[in-house]
Design a protein. Structure first.
Length: 289
């Protein structure tokens, strides 16, 4: 049985004003590539959507967009509309999500040979010139690192909170710490840490092994006094499903891994609900499990 819950606009960093059509922006970041951030982002977006909210996902990795692959929308192109706000792109719809990515607009095989200011400008255009339709949450899948995209996000885009994704491996934790400290320094609320690829369970014998180390995400969360939102396993099904454009929440919505994503998504929105609210846009009723 589902109960009604309100989706509220929350105050963002540095007094930035909300973007029309979007109540809350949640960034998914990591200091290092290869930690499963994009796969985590799309499955969290799907989990929040399946709980009854209106959700979009913005692929902010201009150099290496991956969301069109994960959503199985590589061949789609956003339509252009013209309204009082000028010319805007319609988000691409898939699996109940509104999505936008540079991957829809550029040759997928051509490298983006752009300097930092051009990349920052492209991010703002993708966000501001997309006709987002009354979103409760926009999930922003950030590129790895602490560069121009992250600074643009912090300085010019109203972000309600950020989730840090890491593996337990020490080299990943070093970069995750830098990302966490950067967002904190820039005034963005850290909603918590997700530890990915923590435990691998052999499909043949059932033996479990911590290939990338253990408890790293928990130690990071404890060190900076933020919640550990959850742990995800190293499971080949997650990768296989992502590669064919059917994320886990789509291909196996009732499975044990989907249940983990739903638990993490619930903790993310719960942490966000604890933040100060901005009542300028009112509230809208959504459903949550």
């Amino acid at each position: 049985m589902q109960e009604k819950k309100k989706a509220k606009q929350h105050i963002c960093q540095n007094g930035l004003k909300p973007i029309p059509g979007i109540k809350n922006i949640i960034a998914i970041g990591s200091g290092k590539g290869g930690v499963g951030k994009s796969t985590t982002a799309i499955n969290l977006a799907l989990a929040i959507s399946k709980a009854g909210a209106r959700v979009g996902i913005l692929d902010a990795d201009i150099y290496g967009p991956s969301q069109p692959l994960l959503l199985n929308t590589k061949m789609q192109k956003p339509a252009m509309q013209k309204d009082r706000a000028g010319k805007r792109l319609d988000p691409v719809l898939q699996y109940g999500l509104q999505s936008m990515s540079m991957g829809y607009l550029a040759d997928p095989d051509a490298p983006m040979v752009w300097r930092g200011p051009m990349v920052s400008s492209a991010l703002q255009q993708l966000l501001m010139e997309t006709a987002w339709d009354n979103l409760d949450y926009l999930i922003v899948d950030l590129p790895p690192g602490t560069g121009d995209i992250q600074l643009t996000l912090a300085q010019k885009i109203p972000v309600s909170g950020v989730v840090i994704v890491t593996t337990p491996q020490e080299v990943a934790l070093l970069d995750a710490k830098k990302a966490l400290l950067m967002f904190r320094k820039l005034g963005i609320t850290i909603l918590g840490v997700v530890e990915n690829m923590g435990i691998h369970i052999c499909t043949h014998c059932g033996h479990s092994e911590s290939i990338f180390g253990s408890e790293g995400g928990g130690k990071l969360a404890a060190q900076f006094e933020v919640p550990l939102l959850g742990k995800l396993p190293l499971d080949k099904r997650i990768c296989a499903e992502a590669d064919v454009g059917k994320p886990t929440l789509v291909s196996d919505p009732e499975g044990e891994i989907s249940a983990l994503y739903r638990e993490i998504a619930d903790r993310v929105t719960t942490q966000l609900s604890l933040q100060p609210r901005d009542y300028s846009l009112g509230v809208r009723t959504v459903l949550t499990e």
